[in-house]
Design a protein around this ligand. Structure first.
Ligand SMILES: Cc1cc2nc3c(=O)[nH]c(=O)nc-3n(C[C@H](O)[C@H](O)[C@H](O)COP(=O)(O)O)c2cc1C
Length: 190
């Protein structure tokens, strides 16, 4: 493969998207769209969430120390795109039809229509120039009730969750057909 060097971008690097839910000071919910999200170990699995400073989501996470991360499914894309392009400090942002419930464990707003929601508690904050990385303890995972049913093939459950992914300025379906391999398929060599 012949290679060329380019600027520091992540155009071809797929990212799952989450709507982070926080309660505003007046107790009403706010959701922002975030994709710079990952996992790490710190006495168990933790979630790393990179959030730009000055956003309502950032300010509310700092104030409350808790938030929800709701996986964006294909059917949630219109809401996700809207929440990713409308500032929470616009008082009308959440004047849209959205079904919200309370977390099962933490006082966080949860999107009723997201198939997979983390309830997160901030354990450590790494403050960078213009953003924070929140290292979070997973206090609960709320999922659509058929997803943990291991009697059903994983592909089928993944298709029903239908997570959307982002890259190159577009949104894509994470899975169209079936898996292209299982972990360990090539562990003895390629
Ligand atoms: C696809 C997509 C992914 C995004 N990911 C992030 C992210 O990881 N971190 C971030 O700070 N902003 C991200 N944004 C921008 C925020 O969604 C945007 O600033 C939004 O207004 C934040 O909501 P809030 O003002 O209610 O907090 C993303 C936007 C889009 C469209």
């Amino acid at each position: 493969m012949e290679k060329v060097s380019i600027n520091a971008i992540h155009e071809f690097c797929p990212q799952a998207m989450y709507l982070y839910g926080t309660y505003k000071e007046d107790g009403s919910p706010n959701f922002g769209l975030f994709s710079w999200f990952g996992y790490c170990l710190n006495d168990g699995v933790r979630i790393m969430a990179s959030v730009g400073s000055g956003k309502l989501t950032s300010d509310r996470i700092r104030a409350a120390g808790v938030f929800s991360a709701n996986l964006v499914s294909e059917s949630l894309l219109p809401l996700a795109d809207y929440c990713g392009h409308t500032m929470g400090y616009d008082a009308k942002k959440m004047d849209v039809p959205v079904s919200v419930e309370k977390g099962a464990v933490l006082p966080v707003p949860v999107l009723s229509d997201s198939p997979w929601t983390y309830e997160l508690e901030v354990e450590q904050t790494i403050t960078l120039n213009g953003s924070d990385i929140f290292i979070c303890k997973i206090r609960n995972v709320l999922v659509e009730k058929s997803l943990p049913d291991t009697d059903k093939p994983f592909d089928e459950r993944l298709r029903s969750a239908a997570p959307a992914i982002a890259f190159g300025g577009g949104y894509y379906a994470a899975l169209k057909d079936a898996t292209i391999g299982k972990w360990g398929d090539w562990k003895t060599g390629v």
